[in-house]
Design a protein around this ligand. Structure first.
Ligand SMILES: [Zn+2]
Length: 513
């Protein structure tokens, strides 16, 4: 039996132009795997491959098998633009591995889609165009993307199949990898039968939406309704449609909500994408979400601490979300909680390697003087803190998109300070799973308020701890603030709805095959 040989690769990072550049170290602590290193990662138990790659490989195995050929995979936590030299090194490695891979029947690419480098706004498109150049026009290329992808024409022009996540918080990565495999399988020639052809097309709107307004749970608002329409279009036939919300803070010319469809030919894909985009444009004024001031949010946390009959609250520190590239060093919410004399709160994850080292030197039970806030910030302050817990920061995710996933926070400490606890890590992570706290000795059930340096992915794991009405989106300053009008944008297409009153859009009348 001649099994199809399928190249497997990926490049995944979400870049925020308002944050410091992503370095090689940022990739090395997450994933920088070339050739056989990548195969070792997907074969490990538990698997170290991203979930969509796991889903893709499993579905290929389940539908007749394939010989996966490991090429290159780079992944880093959200950050600033990637250093040019790092991206060049990745492309070189990918190029070498792909050229040495021998004859291929197909390619699978696990992408994020919101990357940038210091000098290139479209590294995702650059990777996919490079792959297309090397494998040629006949070999089908399928790719999966994060819902926050900023989609370029170069990306669409390089691919046969585009599959985006349909959920936010993201919980469907595995299923989308399966979708990509099923569509690739249809395109593979088999026992004298020539494979089908598929094609993708896009429709981009001049519509900038903060990521807090991209929730997809039913009743989640306009974005949820539009994604539901896209999911329905997927079910109509064996097609796929994705509503890519985009990541505003990448600040590129390809920003704006983009609908991408894959169908039996480009015209059919374009018709689906345009129809869903028109429905999204009609809802363009429905994406505003009210934020809560620091003072009001902390007052609710303090009240919950005083009165056990009040519901527990979760505060989302929107401006300092490492899940969007922020440093996770702001101490503003912590300072406000201390000033309000809040009780029984927990806060995390603060990223401060020096503070962790200080706690490790002091050992559990010791009291240290802990400083919070970025060095040089006028409000930086010190408090007396008792070291409650020290760990290596490694745990297996507990719920939703994190289930079974190995998480490495680097050395960590949990500190008891007046009224609550603070979890501090060496490497940056948005605490989007309850395991981030439970693995550090924090009993979330005993906390009256939970303060998260996260935008919203925590909702899929913390849902048992607070209802939606008790999740408070706090208007904190920082590079991930959803107050989009406060940023100095330099690359966005203008005018764009969300910032400019005069943005317009008309569905293009496409012709073509
Ligand atoms: Zn995302």
């Amino acid at each position: 039996v001649n099994r199809p040989r399928i190249a497997v690769l990926g490049f995944q990072i979400e870049c925020n132009r308002f944050c410091p550049p992503a370095t090689l170290h940022d990739f090395q602590i997450d994933a920088w795997r070339m050739g056989s290193d990548l195969a070792a990662a997907w074969s490990a138990t538990p698997s170290l491959a991203p979930k969509e790659m796991q889903g893709f490989l499993q579905a290929m195995a389940d539908t007749g098998g394939c010989t996966p050929v490991p090429i290159a995979y780079g992944c880093a936590a959200p950050n600033g633009p990637v250093e040019d030299a790092v991206f060049a090194a990745f492309q070189d490695a990918l190029s070498q591995q792909l050229q040495a891979a021998g004859p291929l029947d197909g390619v699978y690419c696990a992408m994020h889609g919101a990357a940038a480098t210091q000098s290139d706004d479209d590294p995702d498109g650059a990777v996919l165009a490079l792959v297309r150049r090397i494998v040629g026009p006949q070999v089908p290329i399928v790719a999966t993307f994060d819902l926050h992808a900023n989609v370029s024409e170069r990306t669409i022009g390089s691919l046969d199949v585009f599959v985006g996540y349909l959920t936010n918080p993201h919980i469907d990565m595995y299923e989308r990898g399966v979708d990509a495999a099923i569509m690739l399988r249809r395109m593979l020639a088999d026992e004298g039968r020539s494979g089908e052809r598929l094609a993708c097309a896009m429709a981009r709107l001049p519509l900038l939406v903060p990521t807090i307004a991209m929730l997809t749970a039913p009743g989640g608002g306009a974005f949820a309704d539009i994604v539901a329409a896209a999911a329905a279009a997927c079910r109509k036939g064996q097609r796929h449609a994705s509503v890519m919300g985009g990541f505003p803070h990448t600040d590129t010319s390809k920003n704006g909500i983009t609908v991408v469809a894959t169908a039996e030919n480009r015209a059919a894909a374009q018709a689906i994408a345009t129809e869903i985009a028109a429905a999204a444009w009609a809802r363009r004024d429905d994406f505003a979400r009210p934020l809560t001031s620091i003072a009001d949010a902390v007052a609710r946390a303090a009240a919950a601490g005083r009165d056990a009959s009040l519901p527990r609250v979760i505060l989302a520190d929107l401006g300092d979300n490492p899940g969007g590239g922020a440093p996770a060093t702001s101490g503003l919410l912590l300072q406000a909680l201390l000033q309000a004399d809040a009780r029984d709160f927990t806060l995390g994850i603060v990223c401060d390697a020096a503070l962790v080292a200080q706690a490790r030197a002091a050992l559990p039970g010791a009291t240290i003087k802990a400083a919070f806030g970025p060095s040089g910030a006028p409000y930086r302050f010190s408090v007396s803190a008792r070291v409650l817990n020290l760990s290596d920061g490694r745990f297996i995710g507990r719920r939703a998109g994190y289930t079974g996933r190995v998480v490495e926070m680097g050395p960590c400490c949990t500190l008891a300070i007046e009224g609550g606890t603070v979890v501090v890590s060496t490497w940056r992570h948005a605490p989007n799973d309850i395991g981030f706290f439970e693995s550090q000795g924090v009993d979330l059930q005993r906390c009256r308020s939970i303060v998260l340096k996260s935008r919203g992915h925590f909702r899929a794991s913390f849902d048992g701890l607070a209802t939606d009405q008790n999740v408070i989106e706090v208007d904190t300053p920082g590079p991930t603030s959803p107050n989009l009008a406060t940023f100095q944008w330099t690359h966005l297409p203008r005018p764009i709805h969300g910032l400019d009153a005069d943005a317009t859009w008309q569905p293009a009348h496409e012709s073509g095959s």
